[in-house]
Ligand binder design. Structure first.
Ligand code: FAD
Ligand code: NAI
Length: 465
């Protein structure tokens, strides 16, 4: 029986980063992955393919629209199979990159589905059905998540798809209904709208993107509506009938009232994700997930000695960079170091156009806590670079403690904000005051000046407006 210091189950951003960090620290490590390729949801059917299509579709739409404003006359012609092929090529290059890093850091990739078989033992069933047993001083569960189902709306990946199906539609739908105005629905809905689909988003709540600062979410919805996306808020889907060429949905107002039917060529179901623990043998070590399937961890330690948990399958936001941070911290703790994750500084980004990015507390959260805070806000219409680039939609909002000026939350909607939020992540990690950012020289002309101007706005000395 092969013996390891650490056996990690799952080869996504949680699992592969844990494997690499363990290798770097000289631990004997194996990663068990069943999907035949490393990278997990993120690289194969999540972050990366969605960003490939968001990038390509944004350029496609720009050729038809913004290019003319810039004095470039061109007509866009879609080659969907090439768009899909370049997406797949990029994904394969990335997953091969993880394989390379495994070799470089002496991480064994054990191909197959793993299950815990009592303390210190993982059994892996390979593609040929043969089982191998690994002895592990430590087991790290990094099995990720899967799309949440909706009773009555069965995903067939033909007409009713989940995010995986929506990343590989064979044609541009004439009409697409998205169920769920969350991040997946709005990113992938944007992709297909840009490519020509009429997109309607049906959302249970009376707002989009729960968890996002409400003022930012309102501006975001206005922007998406201007682009042609339609919203049916406060509505629930109660049934679906699929034919060979379309789907008919029954939709009811959440507050009560008449049901109506909506028809579309395709439906994307994107109402959230749930932890994935199928066949994992948790009962053999006495781990009981909660009723949503989440495995709790205390500094990644489960209730079973020597069994750890990271990523989407445990508590916290289902984000690749959160899984990655947990991976590093968990392995460092296993190696006797002081691993740590600052859950107060995990950024979120929606990669639409405009992008939306935030870190820390929303205004609603601060109000609910009774916190005294000051806000500084700066619109991109007053940022010279955004204006000259014809992308002056949105704003940056900085929330700081009224007494200490410590930055508590930052919310941005606008061009490139997904990259720019990192500046505030560093600032908050260092416990910065808004004045620290306000007095830091930023290059001109860049969109990043809006970040500084918003910080100056906290004390009311914004200059560029
Ligand atoms: P996963 O990536 O889900 O990996 C778990 C792996 O474990 C899988 O490969 C699975 O096959 C394997 N596995 C499960 N059980 C077993 C078993 N018993 N034996 C062997 N292997 C097993 N996050 C972002 O931060 N930014 C984004 O832009 C972003 N975009 C996304 C877009 C989409 C469409 C989706 C669906 C998700 C997106 N996410 C994004 C979320 C991100 O993909 C997840 O947060 C991240 O992948 C979680 O990493 P993980 O390692 O916990 O799990
Ligand atoms: P989500 O939780 O972001 O949004 C789901 C939406 O569906 C919510 O607005 C919710 O109110 C709504 N909803 C729930 N039940 C419903 C019902 N029955 N009918 C209508 N609406 C309903 O989940 P989503 O978009 O599926 O994404 C899952 C996770 O994947 C995200 O939370 C995020 O963690 C991750 N992700 C991250 C991305 C990024 O970082 N850019 C991109 C895509 C996914």
């Amino acid at each position: 029986m092969a013996e390891y210091d650490v056996v990690i189950i799952g080869g996504g951003p949680g699992g592969y980063n844990a494997g690499i960090r363990a290798g770097q620290l000289g631990l004997k490590v194996a990663v068990v992955e069943g999907r035949g390729v490393l990278g997990g949801t993120c690289l194969n059917v999540g972050c990366m393919p969605s960003k490939a299509l968001l990038h390509a579709s944004e350029l496609y739409e720009a050729v038809g629209k913004e290019f003319a404003t810039l004095g470039i006359e061109a007509k866009a012609k879609l080659n969907l199979s090439q768009m899909m092929a370049q997406k797949q090529e990029s994904v394969e290059a990335l997953t091969k990159g993880v394989e390379f890093l495994f070799k470089k850091n002496k991480v064994d990739w054990i191909k197959g589905w793993g299950r815990i078989d009592g303390p210190g033992k993982v059994v892996v069933k390979g593609e040929d059905g043969a089982e191998t047993t690994l002895a592990a001083k430590n087991i790290v569960i990094a099995t990720g998540s899967e799309p949440s189902p909706l009773p009555g709306v069965e995903v067939d990946q033909k007409r009713i798809v989940d995010s995986t199906g929506a990343l590989a539609l064979p044609e541009v739908p004439k009409s697409l209904i998205v169920i769920g105005a969350g991040i997946i629905g709005l990113e992938l809905g944007s992709v297909w709208r840009r490519l020509g689909a009429e997109v309607t988003v049906v959302e249970f709540l009376d707002r989009i993107t729960p968890g996002m600062d409400a003022e930012t979410a309102k501006t975001f919805q206005r922007s998406l509506t201007k682009q042609g996306m339609k919203f049916k808020l406060g509505s629930k889907v109660t049934g679906a009938k699929t034919s060979a060429k379309d789907v008919t949905l029954t939709v009811e107002p959440v507050a009560g009232g008449e049901a109506e039917t909506l028809k579309a060529d395709y439906v994307l179901l994107a109402i959230g994700r749930r932890p994935y623990t199928q066949g994992l043998g948790l009962e053999t070590v006495g781990i009981e997930p909660d009723k949503r399937g989440v495995i709790a961890g205390d500094h990644f330690k489960t209730t079973a000695p020597g069994v750890w948990v990271i990523g989407d399958v445990t508590t916290g936001p289902m984000l690749a960079h959160k899984a990655e941070d947990e991976a590093v911290a968990c392995i460092e703790i296993i190696a006797g170091k002081a691993g740590h994750v600052n859950y107060g500084v995990i950024p979120s980004v929606v990669y639409t156009a405009p992008e939306v990015a935030w870190v820390g507390k929303t205004e609603e959260e601060l109000k609910a806590e009774g916190a005294e805070y000051k806000a500084g806000k700066f619109p991109f219409t007053a940022n010279s670079r955004a204006k000259i680039n014809h992308e002056a939609e949105g704003f940056v909002k900085v929330l700081a403690d009224a007494r200490t000026d410590r930055i508590l939350g930052v919310h941005m909607i606008g061009p490139n904000v997904g990259d720019m939020i990192a500046e505030y992540c560093v600032a908050m990690e260092f416990g910065a005051a808004s004045e620290d950012v306000a007095r830091t020289c930023h290059p001109h002309p860049t969109r990043s000046e809006a970040l500084r101007q918003a910080a100056m706005g906290v004390e009311g000395w914004t200059m560029q407006a």
